[in-house]
Each structure stands twice: as structure tokens, then as C-alpha cells.
Unconditional design. Structure first.
Length: 107
């Protein structure tokens, strides 16, 4: 339970910090990304925590890999300021596909 509380504190802190300085109240949206992952949208910022798609035993079809289905689709997040957080190095908290997101926008 201690780990869960620490994660909640970190998540809340980052969300509050991301929202600071914006003139009007930004829109908030929290989405579960499977395994240990979460995506938090704060205005035009997207905070991604512990993203992992390789461990999904039954992934959706390629055309359903989007935020609504718990996956990050690089074209869907292109207009956001994206921040990726990895809490630790276990395989179910980080996916190498994260490195490809930036390159997909530059292509």
C-alpha cells in the first residue's frame, strides 16, 4: 500500500505543477494505460506514467491502439507537450516504443 500512496502523491504533485501558471482552469483527464501505466491530460500537456504495451497478453488490433484503448498512438498526441515518467526500471514500467514517439513526429 505504501507504493500506491507514493505513486498517488507523485501523480497529484505533477498534475498540480503542470496546471500552475495557466490563466484559466485547464481540462483534466486521467486514463488507465494498462499494466502500471497512466496518462494525464492537463490542458495541452500530456503526462505519461510507467507506459508499457509489450506485456499486454491480448493487445487490440493496430487500428484500435489509441488512448481510448489504453495505448499511445504517436499521431494522436502530436499536438501535446508530452512528459514521460518512469518510476523504476522493471520491464512492466517502461517500453522502448517511447523512444520512437519523437522520431515519428520528425519524419
Amino acid at each position: 500500500m505504501k507504493h500506491l500512496r507514493l505513486s498517488a502523491v507523485i501523480l497529484c504533485s505533477v498534475v498540480c505543477l503542470a496546471a500552475c501558471g495557466q490563466g484559466e482552469s485547464p481540462g483534466f483527464e486521467v486514463r488507465y494505460l494498462g499494466a502500471n501505466g497512466w496518462a494525464v491530460t492537463v490542458g495541452n500537456r500530456l503526462l505519461i506514467f510507467d507506459y508499457q504495451e509489450e506485456t499486454d497478453p491480448s493487445p487490440p488490433a493496430a487500428n484500435e491502439r489509441d488512448l481510448n484503448h489504453g495505448y499511445i498512438n504517436p499521431s494522436e498526441i502530436e499536438g501535446f507537450d508530452v512528459y514521460v515518467f518512469v518510476s523504476h526500471s522493471h520491464f512492466d514500467h517502461y517500453d522502448l516504443t517511447i523512444r520512437s514517439w519523437e522520431h515519428s513526429w520528425m519524419a
